[in-house]
Design a protein around this ligand. Sequence first.
Ligand code: PEP
Ligand code: MN
Length: 353
Amino acid sequence: MDFIENIELSGDSLCRIPVVAGPCSAETSEQCMATAKALAALGVRAFRAGLWKPRTKPNCFEGVGAEGLAWLTAVRRETGMAVMSEVATPVHVEEALSAGLDALWIGARTTTNPFAVQEIADALRGVEIPVFVKNPVTPDLALWIGAIERLSNAGVKEIAAVHRGFADYANGRYRNNPQWTIPIDLRREMPAIPILCDPSHIGGRREAVEPLCRQAVDLGFDGLFVEAHIAPDEALSDSRQQITPQMLGAILGRLVLRDGATTEGQMIRFRSEIDAIDAALLDLLARRMEVSRQIGRYKRSWNVAVLQSGRYAEVVARFVEGAKSAGMDEQFIKKIVGAIHEESVRQQLEKEE
Ligand code: PEP
Ligand code: MN
């Protein structure tokens, strides 16, 4: 995809990864311009800003709408950056195209709805503009692929995917659970589609952005799609997860692309897949330990002993049975359950300060 190649970071000290950055929402022309100038100075070459904001609840800031299109084209004029926004309806598409935006993205809530995606695809028929497709809100790979296919069938040639995590009722460490194996599976199913990672919507908080960028790069993602705002604390949407251009510069400066020691493509793909699975295992273990701490508190409040040997035997039996039917060794799985159990007990016994 030419667009992606053209938005690699420029600047001698930075790795050559494609980056799209900008505020969650365009709020004022000054906020857009100040953010864009600071990002351009870092070597970022694509600017994002949401004009029509799909908000979970009513009575939130729902974007400035078409009025902000001129702010984005002014950004392009002054900084040379490519400018893009989210579209969710054919009317948005029409307005964005007539303003001459350089690229569009489809948001997670829209990807979830095949009717909406089809309407957007129809509005894009015969138009040459790159389109980025965020994953659907739910962890449904087929729905993500379906949205990409609808665009591709309508003749959209440059399509990229954006991984922004998946809604998860069990609130974990992240706002949206990364479930890394899903984008890795997308890569396997559609190897020609570049995949960018959106650490802002996955993490949901500023501190999570850098580790998620690093993880994405290590997993072989093709680029980053990051929220940055000149004054994040005053942002009208997603204020906790936005970072300043200065913070983004520091993160990008520390980012190291996996070097070409093993340039053999298939090997890199296998390793990415293993790394994605390991990351998912770690997330699951962290969640299991969180539940253990909750059980610990509960048992303490009801004066129940932590160790319940009958229960442990049941857990082991279930693991052994599952492992055997998956062709794994019984001793191996017993070691794993033993280690998990030992750590769970330790966590249950740990008292809060
Ligand atoms: C956004 O990028 O600001 C946005 C609304 O993202 P998502 O569709 O991933 O929630
Ligand atoms: Mn946002």
